[in-house]
Design a protein around this ligand. Structure first.
Ligand SMILES: [Zn+2]
Length: 280
């Protein structure tokens, strides 16, 4: 009986050690694989207004001071800050995308010109500005000339549709107006400027909208989904690029969001889609 017990104990110890070794090896491999993924993965940051909310929806505004801490952090950590178009070119040309990050600003607020442009120039960064065509020149939105100035400073202009209608809610016959006509108007307004990037209003889309977006000449579209962008994403799902929503939280939250998006991007790329992460 005691011999049997000894044998059993030995067997259990061996099994326990094997499991620990296996777990350690798996953890080691995942860590290595994750680091390899991070070398090419590109996070896309989603901003709206930079400055004071002044009675408008607070969640859409990041103060100038907070925004500069983000730029400072990225700059000091060797990140190259670029537009969606530039990132796409880097992937297509086989350039290294290590420590590359995309900056995007939705809605076309006036502060994108007054506050954002000077700060981007200070940190040698470029970005994509998604404008709502019907809002150009309205109170608290950029004027035609200010948008032209963004273009002249090397920034990318993308479409955020004509009226900011939620595309999944509107009658399909209006999709060509919101998607194709907004590209056409921007081309007409800005000396033949060719728009290839789109931001879905409120991040909403479905398979029919994806078909329309492709048909109307967009190459890349950003969503509100979490995750980072890899070469594989650009090849397989360029119209469903994930973004990280940035609000006025402190720099530690900013760093955490960045870290989480790399992990979500990594897990998605390896076929693990955790819905919990969607809201991040
Ligand atoms: Zn918007």
């Amino acid at each position: 009986m005691s011999d049997l017990w000894k044998k059993y104990k030995k067997y259990m110890a061996a099994a326990g050690i094997s499991i620990i070794v296996l777990l350690a090896l798996t953890a080691f491999y995942v860590r290595y694989d994750y680091q390899q993924y991070c070398k090419e993965a590109v996070p896309i940051l989603e901003y709206h207004g930079i400055g004071s909310a002044d009675g408008w929806m607070k969640e859409l505004f990041v103060s100038k001071e907070t925004f500069e801490t983000h730029l400072q952090y990225l700059h000091d950590n060797g990140y190259k800050m670029v537009s969606v178009k530039k990132m796409a070119e880097m992937f297509a040309n086989g350039e290294s995308t290590e420590k590359t990050i995309v900056m995007t600003f939705d809605d076309g607020y006036l502060d994108n010109y007054t506050n954002v442009l000077p700060l981007l120039k200070k940190y040698n960064a470029t970005a994509t500005f998604f404008v709502v065509h019907s809002k150009i020149g309205h109170y608290r939105y950029m004027t035609h000339d200010q948008i032209q100035s963004l273009i002249d400073n090397g920034m990318e202009i993308g479409s955020h549709t004509i009226n900011h209608q939620i595309l999944t809610d509107i009658d399909p016959q209006y999709l060509s107006w919101e998607l194709a006509t907004s590209r056409y108007f921007l081309k007409k307004d800005y000396n033949g400027y060719v728009v290839r990037s789109l931001s879905y209003p409120n991040g909403m889309y479905n398979s029919k909208i994806l078909t329309a977006v492709k048909e109307y000449g967009y190459y890349w579209a950003v969503t509100g989904n979490a995750g980072t962008v890899s070469k594989k994403t650009m090849e397989q799902k360029p119209l469903e690029l994930g973004r990280i929503y940035i609000d006025d939280s402190n720099i530690n939250t900013f760093k955490e969001r960045l870290r989480y998006s790399y992990w979500v991007g990594y897990l998605k790329e390896r076929g693990v889609n955790i819905h919990f992460f969607k809201s991040l």
